[in-house]
Design a protein around this ligand. Structure first.
Ligand code: THU
Length: 163
């Protein structure tokens, strides 16, 4: 018997002004996207912005529904849209930010398991690390160098039968 562990590393920035210019600009796009989220039920607006290898930026926001499970998170809206618009272009970075309409968030939010799984799929498809930038409206910003850092021991296509 052996005890094993996973080690998750991330960079902590004091605030978004410390970020490299490209990441700060991407976070601004995500913030803009969050403002246009459709979140009348949770009153929790999330924005995501994906920078692709070709320089394009694709945004997404959470889209809710009166039939609650029919809604979808900002990250998956952005990822599916990016893959639909640019089917063969690797994802380079994703910035994620949330606006809580009841109280300002001063710590980063963290994506749900389903979104991690979806983002990992594209990271593995292109075999290129996808950097993730997480932020609240103010305060610290976390940067993870790859989705794998946030979802070790994942389920992936390697388990499935070969075509
Ligand atoms: N949500 C996201 O869009 N992304 C996250 O990372 C966490 C949660 C959405 C889902 C739902 O519309 C609302 O936030 C409250 O959970």
């Amino acid at each position: 018997m052996e005890i094993k562990s996973f080690n998750t590393e991330f960079i902590l920035y004091e605030n978004r002004n410390e970020l490299p210019a490209e990441s700060a600009a991407l976070l601004n796009k995500a913030h803009e996207a969050a403002q246009h989220a459709y979140a009348p039920y949770s009153r929790f607006k999330v924005g995501a912005a994906i920078l692709l290898e070709n320089g394009e930026i694709v945004i997404g926001s959470n889209q809710e529904n009166a039939a609650y499970p029919s809604g979808i998170c900002a990250e998956r809206t952005a990822a599916f849209s990016a893959s639909a618009l640019y089917p063969n272009v690797p994802f380079k970075k994703i910035a994620i930010i949330a606006i809580n309409l009841e109280k300002p968030l001063d710590e980063p939010i963290s994506p749900c398991g389903a979104c991690r799984q979806v983002l990992l799929e594209y990271e593995q498809k292109y075999n290129k690390p996808l950097e993730m930038i997480l932020s609240g409206e103010t305060g610290h910003v976390y940067v993870f160098k790859s989705i794998h850092e946030l979802l070790p021991c994942s389920f992936h296509s390697g388990f499935l039968p070969k075509e």
